[in-house]
Design a protein around this ligand. Structure first.
Ligand code: DOR
Ligand code: ZN
Length: 433
């Protein structure tokens, strides 16, 4: 797909928190770069003859969304997702960049896997792909991976996501070593001695359904450990997929004391609760599991007050082979790239956050935390732009999902708000207009 010479985005509501901008304006993109931003009634700069023009009355024009927690499954499980299909789904969901988790086959713990991902992305991706390397070799939690090598090959962060780093000394060394290499460390905070064999949140519902539960302390004990290690070393740590009220309390306190921590949650944790598991729907099974209404409310409060910095999907595609089976045997994870925008917009519609805060959570904050380009619509920057129609209603239908896997608990749900145009470096990667 080539980059059109010039694109004019007219009459949209430009929301760019990094530049403290929220106003109606036109944006001109030339050769993939934002070359002018001007008020609709202002005299236009001289416009190129060959111009692709979109009237975006009533739509939001925001910096390209960045999902810092995505499982693309390539290499190794291409029947679930590939770099091509996953980034196609990302573009359709309004994302211009994704950070891909290392729990592929083989694990991305060395330069050859990182390079392979970047080469495939170069050939086939519909969004920028930022590889995340493993913290430990094979994500086995024993010895550190070669961070220098991963960084040189193009990794932006390290994590053993999917599994915790149970050894605290290894976590401490990972933080120290990663900070020397300017790599972000992302923690999957879980005490597996408490969560092992669990299939859902532990409580009345798990007992009544006869499923082994995962207590909320399985997350909180490790969040506490992780915060202590970040505080002690002074090295930045990013906490993935936060799901419980007490985790939020711990992070809030730690941030107040100046602990160098950032945190993300996923749309399912502020949208659903463990109630969704009733009926044994394996599309409501993920790790960490859906929690209680009190936890959901605490996550929303944390999104409001800045305790949570990022909304990331934890897009985790699985096929029917791993999902259309007994609940306790089914794989953890749900897809999320194509539903993040409407689910996040619900927070705006309910008055929990304003539009600018939403854009921070989905674009400028992940860009800053990952240390990558994007997250803003300044002049001269590459045109990574997402246009959202906040009014569009739709029912999510399985046949419309672009991800190779269809494991979403939102199939059949009425949703509101949709990405209608996505530009990545000026290239049109998604267009419903
Ligand atoms: O639900 C999850 N799915 N949680 C994880 O930590 C891993 C992920 C996956 O890779 O499927
Ligand atoms: Zn994950």
């Amino acid at each position: 797909m080539s980059v059109p010479q010039a694109i004019l985005l007219k009459n949209g509501r430009i929301i760019d928190p990094a530049n403290k901008l929220d106003k109606k304006a036109n944006i001109l993109v030339e050769k993939g770069i934002i070359s002018a931003i001007f008020a609709p009634r202002q005299k236009a700069p001289s416009l190129p003859k060959k111009l692709l023009s979109f009237d975006l009355q009533g739509k939001w024009v925001v910096p390209g969304l960045i999902d810092m927690h995505v499982h693309l499954r390539e290499p190794g499980e291409e029947y679930k997702e590939t770099i091509e299909s996953g980034t196609r789904a990302a573009a359709a969901g309004g994302f211009t960049a994704v950070a891909c988790m290392p729990n592929t086959m083989p694990v991305n713990d060395c330069q050859s896997v990182t390079r392979l991902i970047l080469e495939k992305a170069e050939e086939s991706a519909f969004a920028r792909v930022y590889p995340v390397g493993a913290i430990s070799k094979g994500s086995q939690g024993k010895t550190l991976a070669e961070f220098g090598e991963l960084k040189t090959a193009g990794a932006v962060a390290v994590t053993d996501d999917g599994k915790p780093v149970s050894d605290s000394q290894l976590m401490r060394r990972a933080l120290e070593y990663a900070s020397n290499h300017k790599l972000l460390v992302i923690s999957h905070s879980e005490d597996s001695s408490l969560s092992r064999h669990g299939a859902m949140n532990e409580g009345f519902i798990s007992t009544s359904m006869g499923l082994k539960g995962i207590p909320h302390i399985a997350e909180e004990i490790m969040v506490f450990r992780d915060l202590a290690v970040a505080d002690y070393t002074g090295c930045h740590l990013h906490l993935a997929h936060i799901s419980t009220r007490e985790s939020i309390n711990l992070i809030r306190q730690a941030k107040k004391k100046g602990c160098p921590v950032t945190a993300e949650t996923a749309p399912h944790y502020f949208t659903l609760t463990e109630e969704a598991v009733k009926g044994y729907d394996t599309n409501a099974k993920m790790n960490p599991p859906l929690r209680t209404e009190k936890d959901r409310e605490a996550i929303i409060a944390a999104i409001k007050d800045g305790t949570i910095d990022v909304i990331a999907t934890d897009h985790a595609p699985h096929s029917v082979l791993e999902k259309d089976i007994e609940f306790d045997k089914a794989a953890n994870g749900i897809i999320g790239l194509e539903t993040a925008v409407p689910l996040a917009l619900a927070l705006f519609r309910k008055g929990h956050v304003d539009a600018s805060r939403l854009v921070e959570l989905l674009s400028s904050n992940p860009a800053r935390i990952l240390g990558v380009t994007g997250g803003t619509l300044g002049l001269g920057v590459e045109a990574d732009i997402t246009v959202i129609d906040p009014e569009q209603h739709f029912v999510l239908r399985e046949q419309d999902i672009l991800s190779k896997s269809k494991n979403s608990p939102f199939i059949g749900s009425k949703l509101q708000g949709k990405a209608v145009l996505t530009l990545c470096g000026g290239r049109i990667t998604h267009n419903l207009l």
